[in-house]
Unconditional design. Structure first.
Length: 218
């Protein structure tokens, strides 16, 4: 796959095999790509390279715990493929569209999809707020994202891509409760319902991930 030497990097944590199953070798290859190509191209900061497994790859993969089986998923502002690529590896039943506006990042995502032979993922270049992009990707049961924008703005971008019975499931930090309260009007104006904060990966990771699930109500 990628022309790197696994011996140059730490072995994956024990949780990786439980999370990725038969795709664990592809997860290792993706980790190595982020640590080398991703870092060289400026998608991953040098300080993040030693923490890629826990802070980026594994904590993104576990958000699949709260997604329905065989769901369609749109990853808004995918960047270097987070959370979409780990999610596609951990949940091969999902159909994932990676939305990324920047050319160099969308090219990288296409390379990763091809090299990892990910049949359940595709990349579409564009911005979620653009009508042309929305027409191209359609609607999904789940729209996800990671560190893209404040919650109110994120709902404005994401909710138009959510199907009638779907939800936005976004990765957020410790301030998510404050964001829910602060941006309540924007969330409702975008068509979102009451937000639910959920911890995922609690049985697998030393530091679980936090997501907020906001259902589409109109």
């Amino acid at each position: 796959m990628f022309h790197v030497k696994p011996s140059d990097f730490p072995a994956p944590p024990p949780a990786a095999e439980r999370i990725f199953g038969e795709n664990v070798e592809k997860a290792v290859a993706y980790h190595l790509s982020l640590a080398t190509v991703g870092s060289q191209r400026g998608f991953i900061g040098p300080r993040e390279v030693p923490r890629l497994w826990d802070r980026h790859v594994l904590n993104c993969a576990v958000i699949g715990e709260v997604m329905p089986e065989e769901a369609s998923v749109i990853d808004v502002g995918s960047g270097a493929g987070l959370p979409g690529i780990p999610l596609a590896l951990a949940r091969p039943d999902l159909r994932i569209t990676l939305v990324e506006p920047l050319l160099k990042r969308s090219v990288y995502l296409g390379e990763v999809i091809e090299q990892l032979e990910l049949s359940n993922a595709r990349v579409v270049r564009g911005r979620a707020e653009e009508k042309a992009l929305r027409a191209k990707v359609g609607k999904a049961e789940v729209v996800t994202s990671r560190a893209v924008a404040p919650l109110g703005k994120l709902c404005q971008w994401s909710m138009p891509l959510v199907g009638k019975t779907g939800a936005m499931i976004a990765m957020k930090g410790a301030s998510v409760h404050e964001e829910l309260e602060r941006d309540e009007r924007q969330i409702r104006a975008a068509g979102g319902g009451r937000g639910e904060v959920i911890q995922v990966g609690t049985e697998l990771l030393p530091e679980p991930s936090t997501v907020v699930r906001i259902p589409k109500v109109r």
